[in-house]
Design a protein around this ligand. Structure first.
Ligand code: FEO
Length: 385
C-alpha cells in the first residue's frame, strides 16, 4: 500500500475502512477512510493518524516515502480516536516527534492515552517546516471542542479534519476520479449526522477560512477536494444556515397499517400544496438517511400507533436521534392511530415540541380510519400548511 501525492512532498497516508457500516449509529453503507497526511520538508510532519486497527496500513504507506522514525512533528487536529488512535504507537516509532494540538486537544488527548509530550498552539499560530509552513485555525465544536484546521499557505492546502468529509471507502482520492453526485450525497449525509448541531460554529469556521486562498481541501474522511472546493464551501454555508426547501418528510412506523394510512393522507395534503413529500417508514429507512433528507426539509411529520401506552420503539429511537442533532427552524406534526389509550401521539408531539419546532395540531384516529376520515385529514393538513 502506497502513499498518494497531493503535491510534491505532500502525501495522503491514511487507512481505508472498507467494512465500516456503523459509525456510532450512523449507517456508513459505503465504509470510510481515515485520512492522515505527510508533509516531507526540512521537518517531516504527520497530520492526524488513523483508527487503531489501521495502523499497519498507515505505516506501510508512510514507509513507501520515508522512514517513519524520521517524523519530527505529529499534528492532532482532533482528539476523536478515528484520527488520534495511532498517536501513541507513532510516538513509539518516532520517540522524538513533537505532538502539536489545540489547547482543548491538550486537555483531551491525555484523557484518552495518558501523558504525552504535547505542545498546545494558539489560534492563528504558525510553525515552519522548512520551505512550507502550517497555520492553525481553531474550530471549536466543528464538531468537538478540540477541532482545528491546519493551513499550508505555500501549497494552498487546508487540512480541515472532519469538516467537508464524507464516509466513503475508496482507493480513488480526488473528486474528479469518483462520482461527484455520490461525494456530494455523502458530504450532505456527513453534515446532517455529525455537524448539524453546530451551524453557528460552522459559520465562524467558514468566516475564519474565507480569506485563505485554497486550492485543495484535505478532509479527514473520504475524498480530497480540488476541483469543487468552492462548491463544498458553498454547501456548508447553505447547510449551516438551516435553509430549507418545499419538502416534507412523513416518518412513521405502523402496526396494522392505520398509521400508514394516515401517513398517506398527509402525503396527499403536501402534494396538493405543491410540496415534495417523502414517505419514510422506519421499517425500511435508516434514521441516519432520514436525517440527510431532513437537512433541507421544511416539515417533519412523525407518526406512531400506541403500543403498551407508548410509541413504537423505532419511533422513539428516531426521535432521540433527531433531538440530539437539533435541527432548527422546522415545522412539525405528530400523528398516529390507537386502540384505547392513544398516548403515543401526545408523546411524539411532546418530543417534537421539545426540539423547538413550530407545531401543527396533532392527528389521531381510533383503530382503522375510514375513507372519509382520511379525506378529512388531508383537507385539515392542507388548511394548516
Ligand atoms: Fe472523524 Fe470527529 O472524528
Amino acid at each position: 500500500m502506497k502513499a498518494i501525492a497531493l503535491k510534491e512532498g505532500i502525501y495522503w497516508v491514511g487507512g481505508i475502512d472498507w467494512n465500516l457500516r456503523n459509525f456510532h449509529g450512523y449507517l456508513t453503507q459505503r465504509g470510510s477512510t481515515y485520512n492522515a497526511y505527510l508533509i516531507v520538508d526540512k521537518k517531516i510532519a504527520l497530520i492526524d493518524t488513523v483508527k487503531y486497527y489501521l495502523i499497519d496500513e498507515m505505516l506501510e504507506r508512510i514507509t513507501s516515502v520515508i522512514d517513519p522514525s524520521a517524523i519530527d512533528i505529529i499534528i492532532s487536529n482532533h482528539v476523536e480516536m478515528d484520527h488520534s488512535g495511532a498517536i501513541p504507537h507513532m510516538r513509539q516509532i518516532a520517540p522524538n516527534a513533537e505532538i502539536i494540538t489545540s489547547p482543548n486537544g491538550a486537555k483531551g488527548l491525555p484523557l484518552h492515552f495518558g501523558q504525552l509530550p504535547l505542545r498546545a498552539i494558539s489560534n492563528g499560530e504558525t510553525i515552519s517546516l522548512g520551505a512550507r509552513s502550517l497555520t492553525f485555525i481553531l474550530t471549536p465544536m466543528v464538531h468537538w471542542p478540540d477541532n482545528m484546521f491546519a493551513y499550508c499557505p505555500e501549497e494552498k492546502i487546508l487540512f480541515s479534519n472532519d469538516a467537508f468529509g464524507q464516509h466513503i471507502a475508496t482507493s480513488e482520492r480526488f473528486e474528479e476520479e469518483y462520482s461527484l453526485d455520490i461525494i456530494m450525497e455523502e458530504a450532505k449525509k456527513y453534515y446532517a449526522n455529525i455537524v448539524l448541531p453546530y451551524g453557528n460554529q460552522v459559520q465562524k469556521a467558514l468566516h475564519a477560512a474565507e480569506n485563505l486562498s485554497i486550492d485543495i481541501i484535505a478532509p479527514s474522511h473520504g475524498i480530497i477536494w480540488r476541483t469543487h472546493v468552492n462548491d463544498i464551501i458553498g454547501k456548508y454555508a447553505q447547510w449551516a444556515t438551516n435553509t430549507t426547501e418545499k419538502k416534507a418528510l412523513i416518518v412513521y412506523d405502523t402496526m396494522w397499517k392505520s398509521t400508514e394510512m394516515i401517513a398517506h393522507a398527509i402525503y396527499r395534503a403536501f402534494e396538493k400544496k405543491g410540496y415534495y413529500p417523502q414517505l419514510l417508514s422506519l421499517q425500511h429507512n435508516h434514521i441516519s438517511d432520514i436525517m440527510t433528507e431532513l437537512l433541507t426539509a421544511e416539515y417533519i411529520c412523525v407518526g406512531s400507533p400506541t403500543l403498551n401506552n407508548n410509541m413504537l420503539p423505532t419511533v422513539s429511537a428516531f426521535l432521540t436521534y433527531l433531538k440530539g442533532l437539533a435541527p432548527k427552524g422546522r415545522k412539525a406534526l405528530a400523528f398516529g392511530s390507537f386502540g384505547w389509550g392513544g398516548q403515543s401521539i401526545a408523546l411524539v408531539e411532546e418530543a417534537l415540541s421539545s426540539c423547538g419546532f413550530e407545531m401543527l395540531e396533532s392527528i389521531k384516529v381510533q383503530y382503522v380510519p375510514t375513507k372519509s376520515a382520511l379525506d378529512e385529514i388531508t383537507q385539515k393538513v392542507m388548511n394548516r400548511i
